[in-house]
Design a protein around this ligand. Structure first.
Ligand SMILES: Cc1ncc(COP(=O)(O)O)c(C=O)c1O
Length: 380
């Protein structure tokens, strides 16, 4: 059954017939500031009227880019200060991988099993084996010299060696069905990368901009990567990504060849204006500070239902585990009837996702959880 969208506002979207849906996907962690956020809409309209595409790199100076890059660099940990804007999450990952090869002069790239980093050839090569095979098998040959280790397996860190250019990891695995890091794991990963001179890349495309209860998961867990990839909520609802590194690392993309990564639209001024307005909205309204309590409330309201096996959660990113895909598919139908948009995960079709706009109110959480419980009653 297809669902047509006529308009969206806050935590909801509406069909042309006026049926209301709770958006508990938020475009897969994109719409963090809520739909039709006035500040974002205004920023888009004003920037579109001022100028749209001129030329996004080279000698052009465009205020939305400069302001947004400056603001993001202030908020990111450590010396992650050099921001390269791109169009999407996958392109941010492509840029980060190329940068790591360029900086280290090495070729081996390690990712995590059940990782999702995007659908272009390079990003797809980093979908960890064997699970990623289902998606990437048909597109071989992909990038050579890639390997995958198990997320949260401390012993597997030995697989990272002096041959390794980079390790790419989501600090909280999303499409694996929400898998937060074990205490000490990200620190151990950081130490191992330092020991062997490999760059640590965090894919914060889903976790960034407040989703886990801190502005970035790297801040929540106190581990600073060498490169961070941003997208999704980073554009405030517009298509925008970035890879961010220390200047010393990023500058290596400028020589041999002069333009190590080229993108026509990356850092489009309207997208940067939207992203900056969304970021300012998060900051001005202390949205991120409330995320942990909101996520905990959902967990409390659902965890004791007999159909729920387990809830895995980081901030407002929840996987509600039902244990069986048949139940999951059934509840998706019931959700549609009852006006809830949810989804399952690429590597986990036994759990449904709750990742609403971070602006969702307590009342909306209670109301949507009550609807979810009614649907759960019918699959138990
Ligand atoms: C963790 C993560 N990385 C990368 C991507 C790819 O982003 P995009 O779809 O913008 O290419 C996604 C998209 O779901 C993601 O969840």
């Amino acid at each position: 059954m297809m669902v047509e969208v006529a308009r969206a506002e806050g935590s909801f979207f509406y069909t042309p017939e006026g049926k209301r849906y709770y958006d508990l996907v938020a475009g897969v962690s994109v719409s963090n500031v809520g739909h039709a956020n006035e500040a974002v809409v205004r920023a888009v309209q004003e920037q579109a009227a001022r100028y749209m595409h001129i030329m996004v790199y080279g000698e052009m100076v465009e205020a939305p880019q400069v302001e947004y890059a400056t603001r993001i660099a202030q908020l990111l940990p450590g010396e992650l200060e050099s921001v390269y804007f791109v169009n999407s999450g996958a392109e941010a990952v492509e840029g980060a991988l190329k940068l790591a090869k360029r900086f280290t002069g090495r070729t081996e790239m390690i990712s995590m099993r059940r990782a999702y980093h995007g659908s272009t050839h390079g990003a797809m090569s980093m979908m960890g084996a064997p699970e990623g095979e289902e998606w990437k098998g048909a597109f071989r040959p992909l990038l050579p010299d890639t390997a995958a280790i198990e997320f949260n397996d401390f012993d597997a860190l030995r697989r990272i060696t002096r041959r390794t250019a980079c390790v790419l990891a989501e600090p909280v695995q999303g499409e694996a069905g929400v898998r937060p890091p074990q205490p000490g794991y990200l620190e151990a990963l950081r130490r191992r990368c330092d020991e062997v001179g490999a760059l640590l890349i965090f894919d914060e495309i889903q976790t960034g901009l407040g989703r886990t209860g801190a502005m970035f998961a790297s801040l929540k867990y106190g581990v600073t990567p060498d490169i961070v990839c941003l997208a999704k909520a980073f554009g405030g609802g517009m298509p925008l990504g970035a890879f961010v590194a220390r200047h010393e690392v990023m500058d290596t993309l400028q020589n041999n060849p002069t333009l190590g990564h080229i993108t026509t639209f990356g850092g489009h001024p309207v997208c940067c204006a939207a992203g900056l307005a969304a970021l300012n909205y998060l900051l001005d309204n202390q949205v991120v500070e409330q995320v942990e309590a909101k996520g905990a409330l959902y967990e409390r309201l659902l965890a004791d239902h007999p159909a729920v096996r387990e809830i895995r959660r980081s901030g407002l990113l929840l996987a509600v585990e039902l244990g069986e895909s048949a139940k999951l598919y059934r509840i998706m139908e019931l959700f549609k009837e009852e006006g809830i948009l949810s989804d399952w995960f690429l590597y986990c079709d036994t759990a449904f996702r709750i990742s609403p706009p971070l602006t969702i109110s307590e009342e909306e959480i209670r109301d949507s959880a009550a609807i979810i419980r009614r649907c759960l009653d019918r699959v138990s």
